[in-house]
Design a binder for this molecule. Structure first.
Ligand code: GDP
Ligand code: MG
Length: 164
């Protein structure tokens, strides 16, 4: 049985792009409209020599922010319930948003280990707002990453390896 890695985050941070990169095959739909994921997608993930199941959660996307955390919990809990480790994505270019903080608050009180991933950091752009603001989330230092360009894979590997 493979360990399960769940990808969590607000809309448009790059969850499906990360899923596609780790799943190797394009099992997730990255729709024309940014931030749209129709269903929860699952596939076999691989990162160097790590093999796992990867789940792209859409629960936070479908939830009306007014009804957080109720609906988001219901929709994401199933995925998190079977996860061994959670990848929590933020958009480093956009900085930390109120919804990021709401999700972080919720992740901090559930028992799975959480790896914070600051996505959309291309070319070691250390000035991105999300990198300096991420301390506001009360989680460990983020992995600077670019799902679109495949940068930060070694750092993500190092962060994931203890749990796989
Ligand atoms: P999701 O809503 O969290 O699943 O996000 P998507 O994977 O659908 O991506 C949302 C948008 O961000 C798309 O336009 C992607 O092309 C873009 N995106 C994803 N990853 C990166 C990245 O590493 N860098 C940049 N610049 N854009 C990205
Ligand atoms: Mg998506």
């Amino acid at each position: 049985i493979l360990p399960v890695v769940a990808i969590v985050g607000r809309p448009n941070v790059g969850k499906s792009t990360l899923f596609n990169r780790l799943a190797g095959k394009k099992l997730a739909l990255v729709d024309d409209l940014p931030g749209v994921t129709r269903d929860r997608r699952e596939g076999e993930g691989r990162l160097f020599d790590l093999d796992f199941r990867i789940v792209d959660t859409a629960g936070f996307e479908e939830a009306d922010p007014d009804t957080l955390p109720g609906r988001m919990r219901a929709q994401t809990e199933a995925a998190l319930g079977e996860a061994d480790v959670v990848l929590f994505l933020i958009d480093a270019r956009a900085g930390v948003t109120p919804l990021d903080k709401t999700i972080a608050q919720w992740l901090r009180v559930q028992p799975r280990p959480v790896i914070l991933v600051a996505n959309k950091v291309e070319g070691r752009a250390t000035s991105e707002a999300g990198l300096s603001e991420s301390y506001e989330l009360g989680l460990d230092e983020p992995v600077a990453f670019s799902a679109e360009h495949g940068e930060g894979m070694v750092e993500l590997y190092d962060a994931l390896r203890p749990y796989i």
